[in-house]
Design a protein around this ligand. Structure first.
Ligand code: PHE
Length: 340
């Protein structure tokens, strides 16, 4: 019992000497660690005669509780002191101005894509993405262009080192993906995404650019639906006054095929230059989905019809903002990008 009392006195004295948290924790290990003094004192119980065990045990527990309480109080106080010291010795100057956060912005290509999505979403279209690395089969064959078809020359193609695998030259192979996944159900989607062409880079052509494809398939879909959709889109995109002009054209995957022009606002000083004096500007290619393409997608051309279109958002941006060099889009030049 005397030893317990001595242990208590000694521990309290040592605790009073421990100046900071580190010292306090060392103290705690010394007395309460696995091979600590308190544990050793507790271990003594086993060696005592039976009649002394209870009294010794009670006293040991009292000492243990007293020391634990003293330790916790000292620890709390030490932490408080450390906090006060750090607050006063190295005060935080709340009057300093904050560091400004630089704000990013959306790339103009993203902005126009989102405008296009919003317009077509209003018209009830779903947005659907498909892969950029595509098979020859989907990029050409299923789109009614078998090997050696001369129309393949309309798309200067990047071939990968894997035979039969190309970088898609247009978003049209997405039509096949959507049809295959829709399993015969009606379709109304747009397919935005990056396309690649093996072109000499110039102010007018880039090797990568976005396209937004549209595809509608169902019973009784006609050219009138195509015309109405394009007109509604053009008016929301380029102004409610816009007139749409349709010229006949050729694409292997649509029949009949058309190209769509819009009239350019008369008050735009760039009108003559942009339209080469005609007043009209081409915005997209389109047509009624060719029966062979419907078949490749698993649809029966005797039961359903469809229309498709493909437009270039970069081209539209160039029109909207009178940008005369398509290369600016992917040069990451902030002086250009910050203007949007
Ligand atoms: N894929 C064609 C192109 O890249 C555009 C297009 C899409 C034409 C859909 C008709 C129908 O030029």
């Amino acid at each position: 019992m005397d030893e317990l009392k001595a242990l208590e006195q000694q521990a309290l004295a040592a605790l009073a000497q421990a100046a900071d948290e580190t010292k306090l924790r060392e103290w705690n290990t010394e007395y309460f660690g696995d091979s600590g003094k308190m544990k050793a004192a507790m271990g003594q119980i086993g060696k005592l005669p039976k009649d002394q065990k209870a009294a010794y045990g009670a006293e040991a527990n009292r000492v243990k509780a007293a020391l634990t309480a003293a330790y916790e109080a000292a620890l709390k106080e030490a932490k408080e002191k450390a906090l006060q010291a750090s607050l006063t010795s190295n005060p935080y100057d709340v009057t300093l101005p904050g560091r400004p956060r630089t704000r990013g912005r959306l790339h103009p290509a993203t902005q126009i894509l989102r405008q296009i999505y919003a317009i077509f979403a209003d018209l009830g279209f779903q947005i659907y993405r498909t892969r950029e690395v595509e098979t020859d089969k989907l990029n050409f064959e299923d789109l009614n262009m078998p090997a050696h078809h001369p129309a393949r020359d309309m798309w200067d193609t990047f071939f990968t080192t894997t035979p039969g695998v190309v970088l898609r030259t247009h978003t049209s192979p997405g039509q096949i993906h959507v049809m295959k996944e829709s399993g015969g159900k009606p379709i109304r989607v747009i397919l935005p995404g990056m396309c690649y062409r093996n072109e000499a880079i110039s102010t007018r052509s880039e090797i990568q650019f976005h396209q937004v494809e549209g595809l509608v398939v169902g019973e009784g879909v006609t050219m009138a639906d195509l015309k109405g959709t394009i007109t509604a889109f053009a008016r929301r995109m380029f102004g409610p006054e816009r007139q749409v002009r349709i010229r006949s054209s050729y694409f292997p995957f649509t029949e009949p095929s058309i190209e769509v022009d819009i009239d350019w606002p008369k008050d735009d000083p760039n009108r003559d230059r942009l339209t080469k004096g005609t007043g009209w500007l081409e915005i997209l290619g389109a047509g009624m989905v060719h029966p062979n393409v419907l078949r490749a997608g698993g649809y029966d051309p005797d039961k359903v019809t469809g229309f498709a279109f493909g437009m270039g958002p970069q081209r539209m941006l160039m029109l909207k903002h009178a940008i005369d060099d398509i290369r600016l889009f992917w040069q990451n030049d902030l002086r250009f990008l910050r203007q949007f």
